[in-house]
Design a binder for this molecule. Sequence first.
Ligand SMILES: Cc1ncc(COP(=O)(O)O)c(C=O)c1O
Length: 348
Amino acid sequence: MATIFEDGVRSRTAKSRALYEEARQVLPGGVAANTKSTSPYPLYFREARGARITDVDGNEYIDLVMGLGIHILGHAPMSVMAAVRERLSSGTMPGIATELEVELARKVHQHMPCAEMVRFVNTGSEATLMAIRVARAYRKRDKIAKFEGNYDGQHDVVQVSTSTSAGPADAPEPSLNHIGVAQSTLRDVVILPYNDPERASALITAHADELAAVIMEPVAGFGMGCVPATREFIRAIREVTAKHDIPLILDEVVTNFRLGLGGASEYYGIKPDLVTLGKILGGGFPIGGYAGRRDLMDRFVTLTGQPSDSHKRSASRVPFLETPSPWRQVSPRSRSSKRARCTGTWTP
Ligand SMILES: Cc1ncc(COP(=O)(O)O)c(C=O)c1O
């Protein structure tokens, strides 16, 4: 049944309605992400400036979404846009190292001391995926623990108990969030109750021997509707994970540079082993990052698997997490051969 609100929307958004009919032919649900779906149909926007956005019908709105919190300076701030324009003229995505990545990593570290070393990726989902991979490499175990109601990205192992719940509240059971997530994922996830320091600590202790990592949102966002962790809770989780040498991954994709320049780790006064970054880090451009303890990052992320100051590098001896450029793995001879093959694995 249409509401008065929906009738009002329909009466002034004929172009969005027409665009929706076209969009449904090429975009599932007529949108590029489910979060953009609204009722009775998505509204399509053409401009965003400051605090206001304008839809294709010319209606102006005050934007409370602000790119899911990214646009802390408002949409299209002049100084940022000018800097971006200038930078674009020097080229995009060189695929080789740049001074800027060094500068950005330094800036992240300066504001977030727990980010002793940083790697940049494209999204928050990649950031949590890679942070989990670092922790798994360190612990040589597969299982992770996450909190019921926490959203930590799109990949399988964190698409468990995000907006679904199962079992008793103080001993939640893993439940798959999406059709298409592998059933086998359930074997690799322990679900913990959020903001329940005693029960969560007890479950971490009970599973300590099999856990590679505990990942937590310092403020539970999408799944729970913005519920901050209590100080007692976050400190208890830090304590119990440290006691068992289980890397704590603080998922700061939303809170980085927003709960304060130092993010949630600074706000709560804790030092996670790994931290994930995203959203506001790019100021409206797609970027994510994972960062943390030097010994974990340098050892498990580099090509060599050795700390960068080591003189005993041996790429063949220690496996690395990020697959390098395929070209580096093709010998000069095989490169020109029709039967050229990569000697390692390459995941595009
Ligand atoms: C806490 C948290 N972690 C990870 C992600 C995944 O980030 P992305 O959407 O950039 O993949 C999100 C996305 O909203 C998030 O809120």
